[in-house]
Design a binder for this molecule. Structure first.
Ligand SMILES: [Zn+2]
Length: 375
């Protein structure tokens, strides 16, 4: 199966290159904002609307645009055309908001098509910028087709190159194993085969650090240098938390995809749960939504199956042995005790077994009994 995959690398540009990169971000922003401006002039009373100038014409007006990659400007122009097409498309289901102006404080980026860059072991050659040093922690496999590169700068001032390639993804070997997963706040995952994954403690540590930095920021005078510094500190911590979460989710999903063919999870209503403020912090920490998304796309890539069980299915309250329901079970009950068959089991483990059973029941795939035996 051919799939598009992105490989992201941290860039280490020289001071000179940083200036050029910032200029490119600026010019690309001008192209976008100019198109937004013309778009907003739309007047239904006029028979003929003002058409935006193309980048070649824009460059005649703003000569300084010639300093940066023409391809980058064209890509941004194309992005706007795609936006416009989607905006006016009659078949789209969701409403798209009006286009926004971009400012220099937000996340900056520009894209180059494949002819305009070359990736090596320790550098990337970007049009009009030259060879920029980078560190390759995960190399692009040999034989992949390079599609584009997106150069970006985050709010902490770090530069990145995300290289998009088209590659053949080979399905992972089958293991014959199935697992049901109960997702929780204390323990991130409880598997029906007793696998447990704890929530990393560093999420909480970073959270405490963040709270302190935010308090510092709130005490600084508006417009002061100290405030600017404090703001950067907050952005850095946010960035760290996102990176930690990302690493955690990738590790656990890779392990699951490698070890199991069939993964059953409960379709929790994440947005509904986050509204409950008491739970909110832990839930956003654990970032279930991200976990689901990553697990699902990896399963599709590697030929494994993820089945979601209806969130109204009473996984915690049902006895995994005989099916008896304990309607009185509360959040504080950590053990499931069955009044019917006498089963005594850890609450999460009991739930995960029910999730697996239910997923196997609803799954249209016909499974051999041996595959269900791993319960
Ligand atoms: Zn029972």
């Amino acid at each position: 199966m051919m799939t598009l995959k992105a490989f992201k690398y941290r860039l280490y540009p020289t001071v000179q290159q940083q200036i050029l990169l910032n200029k490119t971000f600026g010019c690309v922003r001008v192209v976008w904002n100019y198109n937004v401006e013309v778009f907003n002039k739309f007047d239904k009373n006029l028979t003929e609307q003002e058409q935006p100038l193309c980048t070649t014409q824009l460059k005649k007006q703003f000569e300084w645009m010639n300093e940066v990659s023409a391809a980058a400007l064209q890509q941004k122009e194309m992005d706007f055309k795609v936006f416009k097409k989607n905006y006016f498309s009659k078949s789209r289901k969701k409403k798209i908001g009006s286009p926004c102006f971009k400012n220099r404080d937000s996340h900056q980026s520009y894209r180059l098509p494949n002819q305009k860059f070359t990736l090596n072991n320790s550098s990337i050659r970007l049009e009009k910028i030259g060879k920029v040093k980078l560190i390759v922690d995960r190399a692009v496999p040999v034989g992949c087709k390079f599609m584009s590169v997106t150069v970006s700068k985050n709010v902490c001032g770090q530069f990145f190159a995300s290289v998009l390639v088209e590659m053949e993804i080979i399905h992972k070997p089958k293991t014959g194993q199935a697992i049901g997963l109960d997702i929780g706040i204390k323990t991130f995952l409880t598997g029906s085969d007793s696998l447990t994954v704890e929530n990393p403690t560093y999420f909480r540590e970073s959270q405490a650090e963040l709270r302190q930095a935010q308090q510092h920021l709130s005490r600084k005078k508006k417009g002061s240098v100290r405030r600017k510094k404090a703001k950067l500190k907050v952005a850095r911590i946010h960035n760290n938390i996102a990176n930690q979460r990302n690493t955690f989710i990738h590790q656990i999903t890779t392990k699951l995809i490698n070890e199991y063919d069939f993964i059953a999870i409960e379709d929790l209503n994440v947005s509904g749960m986050v509204k409950n403020r008491k739970l909110a912090k832990s839930i956003s920490d654990a970032s279930f939504a991200e976990f689901y998304a990553v697990l699902s796309y990896k399963a599709a890539w590697y030929g494994k199956e993820v089945v979601k069980v209806d969130r109204w299915f009473a996984s915690s309250k049902t006895c995994s042995c005989c099916g008896w329901k304990n309607e009185k079970l509360t959040l504080s009950d950590r053990t499931f005790n069955c009044s019917s068959c006498g089963l005594e089991k850890d609450r999460d483990l009991n739930a995960s077994e029910n999730i697996l059973k239910e997923a196997l029941r609803v799954s249209s795939a016909i499974r051999t009994p041996s595959e269900c035996q791993s319960v």
